[in-house]
Ligand binder design. Structure first.
Ligand code: NOJ
Length: 758
């Protein structure tokens, strides 16, 4: 049945009815010209939407308005401690305008029916969900995708996630997460793009473009929600939900830009973070939510809290009780309360007591209804409930092929001694390890509607592609200290030409509420690798994990190391493609791998200090018991071939603010096979009014080269790329000298010096 637009659903005055009917048409036309970016409120074509929303709001009681500001989870899933039982009655009574964790055409239709048939004003519900790296077809975790350095592929991954989600009744995804993090103890690093601000910003934009497609209101687009605003990725000691304490300079320079980039790319909504920043919890921070977000960045969509984050203002100790917490949140700039029911229970009292104003409530409601309008829900609340689309699109062959491609691109080759990889298809392979014949972990955490049974295990992938024998032995479990299966694993290894051992983390060890103090492989997995290496057979370690690991011994003992993260539905096929050389790995690390937890936080763009590291001098910035250098630097990744870089050259040694500076390097594939290299441009500002990092990433380019082929790779730099927060906190560049490095990682490459003239 197709739901048709019926203005009487909004029992409003006759005059308004005419307006509403006319607006239905305008809305349809509006869809055709919806630009990719979200214009500020009040600019065409959305003034029509505003008139529609205003006429609707004129009919709403305060309770109904507050209902629009209320988001509840259904009882399908929970990502926090409480589930609210009476959400159906809340919908009926107009006390809840949005739901999350409800999806599929059948279920969302059932709930939407309650809203548009049984509630007084029949305002359609908004359905949200954590579609983080795929809906049904699961793509690699976001950290892995960031290792592909392929923005087109990242955008396509988000596009497919949105297409599937929107076909399953959803309107809104709680993604992208754009929190920069320098601390692999923090389990949520799996959900972001790693440690770098420039790259994190590019990935954020690509993912917003992917989710929102050709514009909200298209049936293959969902509204994005950039999260967690702000600085959630920097909790002290990497402990989840922890305090963030950093200088405003660091905040603005390293942590803030990806949120701004996502918003400028059109992200329709923003989610507040759980942490406090400079003493004020983000969910109650007027500075973050109004001064910076609205006034500086120009965000015009709506702000939703994270799960019960308003209630948590009481535990944070900035509000006496939940009512006061709600007032603080609304005044700060929160529009929608996720799961806490604080607005629902207290906001009207607060208004009557004069603590908040109706105008403040109206502002929030207007923002929320505008999104519903843009999504086309007033025209057809079942617009995204299309059983045929759902059946056709979810997990379709095309999506699986894209997931396989993305997975191959996300793999990072960390070590390859004696060219043990790629393996011959005829090789006798002993496939060992707790993740060798596993599906459940490969889709990782935040895997939405993904079903691990749809996932291709490494064993299945290898067996499908091998022309030899694949002997399988588990060796040990992911956790625990049971070594009884080691003997069987060793026996398998002895029968084989090569050992492939799949080790790593369980999916639950990364993601939300998954901070770790150890970055080693859990259980006896490291001992398993050691035991296998002792057989003398070449050992290829395949790592499956959601964060950088500190595993120097494993790396030392392995002949080859392949970082596979959690690759999703097509994991096994993608890994087989790489292990057999069907695909030459091209991924590079988006986060530094430390040698030990003691080095954390560790990141490439550190400052030089007044006593830079000198191995021969005790009184320099260093450790007594460890080098400063990481196990693997940011940007690092090998290929089956080798690439040679010429020294970089520049179009001019000195340049003025109005000039464009070209930096070029010739890259040659000096081996075989053909391969893709991610060429990276870094910059160092030698002298500034404040200390500057030893390197800052400013650009990357992927080049595909045939054996023996060479190509010039050119980057364009302008004065805008040299800007930073100066001593007086103004954002701009300073004349002077800069070193530009072009190379294969943050720790490699030759440099050329240039000078910015005043
Ligand atoms: C809590 C998480 O921090 C957030 O990222 C997520 O979107 C919500 N729960 C909803 O599941």
């Amino acid at each position: 049945m197709h739901w048709s637009f019926n203005p009487t659903h909004w029992s409003i005055s006759t005059r308004s009815l005419q307006v509403v009917a006319a607006l239905g048409l305008v809305a349809t036309l509006g869809l055709l010209i919806t630009p990719k970016t979200f214009p500020l409120e009040g600019t065409p074509p959305f003034d029509a939407a505003e008139r529609f929303v205003d006429s609707l709001m004129a009919q709403m009681t305060v309770e109904e308005k507050i209902g629009q500001m209320t988001l509840f989870t259904t009882d399908w899933e929970a990502t926090g401690p409480t589930i609210r039982a009476g959400y159906r009655e809340d919908i009926r009574q107009g006390r809840c305008g949005a739901l999350f964790n409800s999806h599929t055409v059948a279920f969302t239709r059932e709930l939407q029916r309650i809203a548009v048939e049984e509630s007084r004003l029949k305002i359609p519900l908004l359905f949200g969900y954590d579609v983080i790296h795929g809906y049904k077809t699961i793509f690699p975790i976001p950290l892995a995708e960031a290792a592909s350095w392929d923005l087109e592929a990242i955008e396509r991954s988000a596009r497919i996630a949105a297409t599937e989600a929107a076909a399953a009744g959803l309107h809104w995804t709680f993604a992208p997460m754009v929190d920069i993090s320098r601390d692999p103890r923090w389990g949520r690093v799996m959900e972001g793009a790693g440690e770098d601000t420039w790259w994190g910003s590019r990935v954020a934009e690509a993912r917003v473009r992917g989710f929102q497609g050709n514009g909200l209101g298209q049936t293959d687009a969902v509204a994005a929600c950039v999260k967690h605003y702000a600085a959630y990725g920097a909790p002290i000691a990497g402990r989840e939900y922890g305090t963030v304490d950093m200088s405003e300079r660091s905040f603005r320079e390293y942590y803030l830009p990806p949120y701004a980039a996502a918003i400028r790319a059109g992200a329709a909504t923003v989610m507040t973070s759980f942490n406090d920043y400079d003493g004020v919890p983000a969910t109650g921070s007027h500075y973050l939510l109004t001064n910076v977000l609205r006034q500086e960045i120009g965000f015009s969509g709506f702000v939703v809290t994270d799960y019960t984050a308003i209630n948590e203002l009481v535990a944070h100790g900035v509000a006496q009780n939940e009512q006061e917490a709600g007032e603080l949140a609304l005044q700060a700039g929160v529009d929608m309360d996720m799961q806490g029911a604080v607005f629902q229970r207290f906001l009207k009292n607060s208004m009557e007591a004069g603590k908040v104003s109706l105008a403040q409530i109206d502002t929030a409601v207007r923002r929320i209804l505008l999104l519903k309008y843009r999504l086309g829900l007033f025209e057809n609340p079942y617009k995204y409930c299309h059983p045929e689309r759902e059946k056709q699109l979810l997990l379709c062959a095309e999506h699986r092929a894209a997931a396989r491609d993305m997975a191959r691109k996300s793999i990072v080759l960390l070590k390859n001694e004696k060219k043990v990889l790629p393996l011959s298809r005829k090789a006798r392979i002993a496939l060992i390890g707790p993740l060798a014949d596993n599906k459940s972990e490969l889709i990782g955490s935040w895997s939405a509607a993904g079903n691990s049974n749809d996932c291709v295990s490494l064993l299945e992938g290898l067996r499908a592609a091998s022309q030899g024998v694949v002997i399988h032995a588990r060796g040990c479990a992911l956790e625990g200290d049971d070594r009884r299966d080691f003997a069987q694993a060793v026996a398998a290894a002895k029968k084989a030409d090569v050992v492939v051992v799949a080790v790593g983390e369980a999916a639950y060890m990364s993601g939300e509420a998954a901070s770790r103090t150890e970055l080693s492989l859990p259980g006896v997995q490291e001992a398993l690798v050691e035991t296998l290496a002792a057989t003398g057979k070449p050992v290829v370690v395949v790592l499956m994990n959601g964060r950088p690991l500190a595993i120097p011994k494993v790396v030392e003992r392995a002949t080859a190391v392949v970082e596979a993260w959690w690759l999703g539905t097509e994991a096994g096929h993608a890994l087989a493609d790489v292990l057999f050389g069907e695909y030459n790995p091209s991924g590079k690390l988006p986060m530094t791998f430390p040698r030990s937890v003691g080095q954390v936080p560790i990141f490439y763009n550190e400052k030089n200090t007044g006593r830079p590291y000198d191995a021969n001098s005790k009184w320099t910035s260093k450790y007594l018991d460890s080098p400063n250098s990481p196990l693997f630097p940011f940007g690092f990744g090998l290929s089956y071939t080798t690439f040679e870089y010429s020294a970089p050259t520049v179009s001019r040694r000195t340049f003025r603010p109005s000039d464009t500076l070209l930096v070029s390097v010739r890259v040659r594939n000096t081996g075989s096979p053909a391969g893709t290299e991610v060429v990276q441009l870094y910059l160092r500002d030698l002298v500034g009014s404040v200390t500057r990092p030893v390197r800052e990433l400013k650009g990357i380019q992927r080049v595909h080269l045939q054996p023996g082929e060479s190509r010039a790779v050119t980057f364009a730099l302008t004065e805008a790329d040299l800007r930073f927060y100066r001593r007086d906190m103004t954002f701009g560049s300073e004349p002077g000298e800069f070193d530009l490095f072009v190379g294969s990682s943050s720790a490699h490459g030759q440099s050329v010096r240039v000078e910015l003239l005043p």
